[in-house]
Design a protein around this ligand. Structure first.
Ligand code: SF4
Length: 336
């Protein structure tokens, strides 16, 4: 495995995403099927990720964060926009052209129970990417590599010959992480990797991600549905709502001084461990359902739920504004 020493020849930006759109057609008609609309799952998302950093991507279920992750990996067709990975524009790449790129960008999935093949031993699961990429011809080297990957994620070498059902949820997620590391990626998209785990185990797995980042110089996009989970691991955080990023800022700025009313509401939803403080703090709970991504509201997409809504918000879509200090927000409260 490579060390964390940065390669001076590699671009500082691992990922540059510009105006990314992923729209899914909605079809209707029993006999003649025709398109009657589209679900705008991702609708103009731009961000970048620097080498060695973790970008938290946060929002409620259905906001498009997982679709963004899959589109970045080109596991979904993108409708328009640009994805540049380590300086290479991969937006138009097909499966064949993505093959060598996929070695360097991997995914860790939410469900450690469903994402591992129950009929494969751990050695096969972790080593499969090596076989797929023709790196498993020498069995001794292959076994040693699998043992080293298991060790890296805190599992014992003799666990290689067991099946996934013999492991706890946290251990299974470690197996998924070992598999993702097999090809020495530079970028890992972590799609809600701790959401399915017990709270007591979540911190251990988040710590493992951090240790691996320091040791291997990894870059992460860490997807989560609440701001509590990404707090400790993220360097910067992007908040998504209904297919768009509405605020992006450093962790310190976002938690100390959230600008977008939706970010304020997400922060307010994090329980405070002290019951007295929790009982007395002002509540800013957003009500109502997330509107349909097929027919997003006009103007600001958050206006139907925003406690600070103004008349202008109902018709004018607020652009993303650079607020300095490496942060940007899309809200009329923070206009020019
Ligand atoms: Fe609320 Fe208006 Fe800002 Fe949208 S633009 S978040 S509706 S204040």
């Amino acid at each position: 495995m490579t060390s964390s020493a940065p390669d001076a020849n590699l671009p500082e930006l691992v990922l540059e995403v510009s105006d990314l759109k992923v729209h899914f057609p909605v079809m209707a008609g029993a006999v003649v099927r025709k398109q009657v609309g589209s679900v705008k799952a991702v609708d103009g998302v731009s961000f970048n990720v620097r080498r060695g950093e973790t970008l938290g991507l946060v929002g409620e279920s259905g906001c498009g964060k997982s679709t963004t992750g899959l589109a970045v990996l080109k596991m979904l067709d993108i409708t328009s926009g640009q994805v540049v990975f380590e300086g290479e524009d991969i937006s138009g790449y097909d499966r064949a052209r993505m093959r060598p790129i996929r070695r360097r960008m991997q995914m860790v999935y939410q469900d450690p129970f469903g994402s591992l093949n129950p009929r494969m031993k751990v050695a096969q699961i972790v080593g499969e990417p090596l076989e797929v990429h023709g790196m498993a011809n020498d069995r001794a080297i292959y076994r040693a590599r699998v043992a080293s990957l298991l060790d890296m994620v805190g599992l014992l070498p003799d666990m290689a010959d067991r099946y996934p059902h013999e492991f706890s949820g946290g251990q299974r997620q470690r197996i998924g992480i070992a598999r993702a590391l097999a090809l020495e990626p530079s970028l890992i998209i972590c799609d809600e990797p701790v959401s399915a785990l017990d709270v007591s185990i979540q911190a251990q797995v988040v710590n493992l991600f951090q240790e691996l980042q320091e040791r291997l110089g990894l870059t992460y996009v860490f997807i989560a549905h609440d701001l509590a989970v990404v707090r400790h691991i993220s360097h910067r955080i992007a908040v998504m709502y209904l297919g768009r990023i509405v605020e992006i800022a450093s962790r310190a700025d976002l938690y100390a001084r959230p600008l977008h009313p939706y970010t304020v509401a997400l922060l307010a939803a994090i329980p405070i461990p002290d019951p007295e403080v929790e009982a007395t703090r002002p509540q800013q709970i957003i009500t109502g359902e997330v509107p349909s991504a097929m027919r997003p509201p006009p103007g600001c997409r958050f206006h139907t739920r925003c406690p600070s809504v103004m008349e202008v918000c109902k018709s004018v879509d607020p652009p993303m504004r650079d607020m300095g200090d490496d942060r940007a927000v899309a809200c009329h409260l923070h206009g020019a």
